[in-house]
Design a protein around this ligand. Structure first.
Ligand SMILES: [Fe+2]
Length: 364
């Protein structure tokens, strides 16, 4: 065979291989959808409440219990492939700074439809710290449109369920959203704090069924707690309408709203979630509500006895807000002790962080 022909066949073979690999990758990343198994476990209000079904984490007596909240991490398989180490360096830094006993994630751990590789990677990375973590879903975890993500929600659930340190629990199948669960922080044998982890779904709603299920849990825990509601926190993705009410009252100087922490509001605060949850929560021991979703906002405002926290966005993937004065990038921590809950924002100035902590020894 002539040398020219051999070279031509060789080039064509290479081209063919590239096309096959590219098509297969595109198929698995963009077209093929990983659907998990849907679990049918409906809840009814007359069901017996069992305290032992609730996940627990232990708090040491007389020691702080630190919750580090990561909001809107927003990883994506394609766009962020080469930038993933940025978010990981930042999360490592935030963990180093706060030494958390628990990490909560208030949704939008991924964004766009290409979420498979990044979610697997994030779960593996979180597991490497050997610290319990508890995610809720945000609108972007569902994909660009409802259930359009490559790894669809039930599959994401299965990935989280495989997470060694993940406290995630799928919850009942008939609440209107998929992932709702409860965690009790225990001090010795007593419930120290109850955490309600609520899925606001793609449409960003707290459904009537979710509210009823929340009440059922709170009443069941109350019975197990000697007839008193436990002190509680709620974690969800999108702010309740009361966030907007509280912020407007704070702006107008009303004594009804007290700023507990920094107040940065760059995005319009127009909660669309169903009203009614706030009152149900307030009456049942909830002292803190924590949400994410709007990267240009963070604050803690106490309103009607409840601290409403807009958590600081974590990392620069998916866009964060920098108006030249504030750099809304980092995380929010909650330090629980017998004095109550101390809320702090940890800001990460990328350049500052890079120069101060890493001695210019690596490239972002
Ligand atoms: Fe969101």
């Amino acid at each position: 065979m002539k040398k020219g022909k051999i070279i031509l066949i060789f080039i064509l073979s290479i081209l063919f291989s590239v096309v096959v690999v590219f098509s297969a990758s595109a198929y698995f990343l963009l077209v093929h959808h990983y659907k998990g198994t849907q679990i049918n476990n409906p809840w009814r209000v007359e069901d017996e409440f069992k305290l032992q079904n609730i996940a627990t984490v232990q708090k040491q007596k007389d020691k702080d219990f630190v919750i580090l909240n990561l909001a809107d991490v927003q990883m994506c398989d394609l766009e962020d492939f080469f930038n993933r180490k940025i978010i990981y360096k930042e999360i490592s830094y935030l963990i180093e700074q706060t030494k958390p006993n628990l990490i909560t994630l208030t949704g939008d751990q991924t964004w766009s439809n290409e979420n498979l590789i990044s979610l697997k990677s994030l779960i593996g990375w979180l597991d490497s710290f050997k610290i319990p973590y508890a995610p809720v879903f945000g609108n972007h975890d569902y994909g660009n449109t409802k259930n359009s993500a490559v790894a669809e929600l039930n599959y994401c659930c299965e990935l989280y369920e495989k997470g060694k340190y993940c406290l995630f629990n799928r919850g009942p199948s008939n609440l209107g959203t998929l992932v709702n669960y409860v965690i009790n922080i225990m001090e010795e044998n007593k419930i120290y704090k109850t955490l309600y982890m609520l899925d606001a779904g793609y449409e960003d709603v707290i459904t009537t069924q979710q509210i009823e299920w929340f009440k059922w849990n709170a009443e069941g825990i109350k019975q197990a707690n000697g007839g008193e509601y436990t002190s509680a926190m709620c974690f969800m993705h999108k702010p309740l309408p009361e966030y907007s009410v509280a912020y407007n009252k704070y702006r107008s100087g009303s004594a009804e709203a007290e700023a507990i922490n920094d107040v940065h509001v760059h995005y319009s605060l127009s909660g669309t979630m169903q009203n009614g949850f706030f009152d149900a929560a307030k009456e049942r021991g909830v002292l803190d509500v924590v949400c994410g979703h709007q990267h240009g906002n963070n604050f803690t405002i106490k309103y009607n006895g409840v601290r409403l926290t807009f958590a600081t966005k974590t990392g620069e993937l998916g866009g964060f807000y920098d108006d030249g004065i504030v750099n809304l990038n980092g995380a929010t921590s909650f330090v629980l002790n017998d004095d109550g809950v101390n809320i702090n924002n940890i800001y990460v100035d990328r350049k500052q962080f890079f120069i101060n902590n890493n001695n210019n020894s690596f490239n972002w």
